[in-house]
Design a protein around this ligand. Structure first.
Ligand SMILES: NC(=O)c1ccc[n+]([C@@H]2O[C@H](COP(=O)([O-])OP(=O)(O)OC[C@H]3O[C@@H](n4cnc5c(N)ncnc54)[C@H](O)[C@@H]3O)[C@@H](O)[C@H]2O)c1
Length: 339
């Protein structure tokens, strides 16, 4: 089975999935993309086709639809799955906890059931640093305990990881990648982050404000216990994150172990404050960015950044880009969207 290079990417029409599809194809994998387009459209698929010069094997469908998945897995010879499909807006998850639990957990379970039935064992899961909450020690490493989740979204990631920890023992080979804060766009500006509606994430908010789509950026709080009072995060370029997936898959395919579960932080190891990022954007792009300081946003942790030593050491992965590169790339993508 592992000789096949065909990988299913769920949620591959979305932001991180699309960038990973490009890196997988660059590395010689064949990719089958599944997405129900609940939070995307075909724009990024078209962008991937332009970047790679290849037609994408795309299937519109839902990860909770077992018949759909089974038919797909029967017709394609699948070596592994990267599971990005999920609802991901922290704030919305507070309003719609049932939808978040149902989508994120049922999707995972259904994909795993079909994998088991079709004897596909290699699985990479999109986890998040939200599983740590506000950790006691920073930089945070993979041994830090889960804190009480700040949102239903965060809880779905904790529950999914716990399910994976149970399930791998029955013969799966699983990696959870705990992403810190993915930002940026492909350097070609052909794919990037394209939130539907008001962005929840900082960088699309920054670029949409600078492009005049929004009046003003609000920085949530400047009275945190951080050097400039704004929250501190570990911003990682989405292409570096995509490359981490390819390394993780290659590592998984190279190991002979029949059942394993490994968790990796994927971050740069550097804490950068929200205000530092805002100022870097203005400095690097020369764009006008009206912003004001607003109140703290419920659910935001004060500061979190990764200890990435495990992924550095075990997968020889290191980021190639800086947060400034990511801002320049995100701005180029935004300008393309604005045209
Ligand atoms: N962007 C971040 O800041 C961040 C941080 C940590 C973890 N993650 C995780 O990474 C993954 C990808 O995030 P993203 O930023 O690319 O989000 P995204 O919304 O751009 O992509 C997710 C894709 O999954 C699809 N989808 C959702 N539910 C589905 C279902 N049931 N069946 C089929 N397709 C479905 C959506 O249509 C979308 O295209 C998610 O699991 C997310 O929770 C994201």
């Amino acid at each position: 089975m592992h000789a096949s290079k065909k990988i299913v990417v769920t949620g591959g029409a979305g932001y991180i999935g699309a960038h990973t599809v490009v890196e997988l194809m660059n590395a010689g994998y064949e990719v089958v993309v599944i997405d129900n387009l609940v939070n995307s459209d075909m724009t990024l698929i078209t962008g991937i086709e332009k970047i790679t010069g290849k037609k994408i094997n795309f299937h519109k469908g839902d990860c909770r639809d077992k018949t759909f998945l089974t038919n797909l897995f029967r017709t394609e010879s699948i070596a592994g799955v990267m599971h990005f499909a999920a609802l991901k807006a922290v704030g919305e998850s507070v309003q719609k906890p049932l939808e978040y639990h149902e989508n994120n957990i049922s999707s995972l379970i259904t994909v795993l059931q079909v994998m088991r039935e079709q004897k596909v064992k290699d699985f990479i899961f999109s986890s998040s640093c939200t599983v740590y909450g506000q950790p006691d020690n920073i930089p945070v490493d993979e041994h830090a305990p889960f804190k009480k989740a700040e949102s239903p979204y965060g809880l779905t990631k904790q529950i999914c990881e716990q399910i994976l920890e149970d399930v791998y023992k029955t013969g799966f080979r699983i990696i959870s990648l705990r992403y810190f804060n993915p930002i940026g766009a492909h350097p070609s500006a052909l794919i990037g982050e394209m939130p539907i509606g008001t962005p929840n994430n900082l960088v699309p908010y920054i670029t949409q404000t600078a492009a005049g789509w929004r009046d003003k950026l609000i920085v949530f709080g400047n009275d945190y216990n951080t050097p400039d009072g704004s929250c501190v995060r570990d911003f990682i370029h989405v292409v570096d994150l995509a490359e981490a997936h390819v390394k993780a898959l290659a590592w998984l395919q190279a190991t002979k172990t029949t059942a394993l579960y490994e968790v990796f932080n994927v971050g740069t190891g550097n804490g950068v404050s929200v205000l530092q990022l805002v100022n870097a954007f203005i400095r690097k792009t020369g764009a006008k960015l009206p912003f004001r300081i607003g109140p703290r946003r419920p659910g935001d942790v004060e500061k979190v950044y990764a200890n990435p030593e495990k992924i550095n050491r075990m997968m020889n992965w290191k980021p190639r880009y800086t947060p400034e590169d990511a801002l320049v790339h995100a701005w180029a993508w935004q300008q393309k969207l604005s045209r």
